[in-house]
Design a protein around this ligand. Structure first.
Ligand SMILES: [Zn+2]
Length: 192
């Protein structure tokens, strides 16, 4: 229960200093959105300078342009007025460390956390898995640049995404905190 107590203590402090943030409007004040990875080392509020109320941040494993990520971005623009989007993947992403086949086999064997020796994944226990996992597309990544280009293109070409929204493609460097532009992605995401 240590984590629960820590989170509640942190929240009490946050509430004490909440100030006038209760007055914030729902639409993002700075009118942009970021699609990025859930990796614990990335904090979009810090790497992109966001305060509460500033921007939308959509996160999933890899920062991939899945149907659900696109659903959020379309709502972000259509109902909440964002007019500029970023796709930010990052170096050393966990999504580069497995394939659909590997994940399917691991989950078919057992559902407990697997271990990784730097090359291969293995199950700590056996039994209790399910073959249903073979039917999920896990959106793994082979090269960060490639995946950013792919995802910017995928969003750009979606019929519900207006041509006028620029979509910028970046890779965040976990060693330095720097956002490096993927020029080919930004090119593909240019507003028409
Ligand atoms: Zn990642």
């Amino acid at each position: 229960m240590a984590v629960l107590a820590e989170v509640m203590a942190a929240n009490a402090k946050y509430v004490a200093g909440f100030g006038d943030k209760g007055q914030l409007a729902m639409p993002p004040a700075r009118r942009f959105a970021i699609l990025t990875c859930m990796d614990a080392r990335l904090d979009p509020a810090k790497y992109a300078g966001l305060a509460e109320g500033d921007a939308h941040v959509v996160r999933n494993a890899g920062g991939r342009a899945t149907d659900d990520a696109i659903r959020s971005l379309v709502i972000s623009h259509k109902l909440l007025g964002t007019v500029e989007w970023f796709v930010v993947h990052h170096t050393d992403c966990g999504m580069e460390l497995f394939s659909d086949d590997v994940m399917g086999s691991l989950l078919e064997g057992n559902r407990a956390t697997a271990s990784f020796d730097g090359k291969t994944w293995s199950n700590p226990q056996h039994g209790g898995g399910h073959a249903a996992d073979h039917f999920i597309k896990w959106q793994t990544i082979r090269s960060q640049e490639e995946s950013v280009i792919q995802d910017v293109r995928c969003i750009r070409e979606h019929p519900l995404v207006p041509r006028g929204i620029p979509i910028h493609g970046y890779v965040y460097d976990v060693k330095t905190g720097r956002l490096d532009e993927v020029k080919q992605a930004t090119e593909a995401g240019r507003a028409a």
